[in-house]
Design a protein around this ligand. Structure first.
Ligand code: ATP
Ligand code: MG
Length: 202
């Protein structure tokens, strides 16, 4: 799967799904590393609509999360942001994300990027058995989460990639903002400013 230096006939597109409440430097490093190692032409960040595993939690409105994602990714020529999940009504399922991106990029090879914590839940995702036909899966390491041992992932469908460890979570960024603690250098500067300007997480 990891084929730096080879020639590719089809465009190679990464998909970085997340709640991004807010987007932080851990997300950006994960996308950048996978783009480098897998020789991707583009990484599409896809903020979720209603995340299925966070139905009991309060999530910031989609437009704020989308705009912070645009701000955070704007300076990278390979990074783009898609509205497919926030514009689709109802709960967000990754299978629908993959089908929508596939429809928009019929000739591309797709790589879905996920952290070690999310991959542990992957077999519970809706229509998991159909996801493998739509994309390769790359699970990146994340401090505090070991690679899932109890989970039976299908042979050869999910790669694991060790990336520089950033012990950053959106939960911690929200908690810091709520208590007026600094979030500088955990999230991009523009996101620090956006949180302050719109009084998010207060
Ligand atoms: P929250 O604390 O609200 O759950 P989060 O920091 O986990 O936020 P998400 O939007 O839930 O961020 O994560 C989106 C994707 O990014 C998931 O696949 C997650 O595993 C991955 N991810 C998040 N933070 C990191 C990190 N620091 N290193 C590697 N992967 C990460
Ligand atoms: Mg999370």
């Amino acid at each position: 799967l990891s084929t730096r230096g080879n020639r590719h006939d089809r465009p190679r597109i990464g998909i970085m799904g997340g709640t991004f409440d807010p987007i932080h430097n851990g997300h950006l490093v994960a996308a950048s590393e996978v783009a480098w190692v897998y020789d991707l032409d583009e990484v599409i960040f896809v903020p979720t609509g209603r995340p299925v595993f966070k139905l009991d939690k309060k999530v910031t409105n989609a437009e704020d999360r989308y705009l912070m994602t645009v701000i955070a990714t704007a300076s990278n020529p390979k990074f783009t942001v898609s509205r497919v999940d926030i514009d689709r009504p109802g709960i967000t399922y990754t299978i629908d994300t993959l089908r929508d991106i596939r429809t928009q990029h019929p000739d591309a090879e797709l790589f879905f990027i996920t952290g070690a914590d999310a991959v542990a839940e992957i077999m519970q995702w809706k229509d998991a058995e159909h996801m493998w036909d739509l994309a390769h899966f790359v699970a990146v390491t994340r401090p505090g989460y070991s690679s899932p041992e109890g989970v039976r992932l299908p042979e050869g469908k999910v790669d694991t990639l060790e990336i520089p460890a950033l012990a950053i979570s959106s939960t911690d960024v929200r908690r810091r903002a709520e208590h007026n603690e600094p979030v500088w250098y955990l999230v991009p500067d523009g996101v620090v400013q956006y949180i302050g300007k719109h009084g998010l997480y207060r």
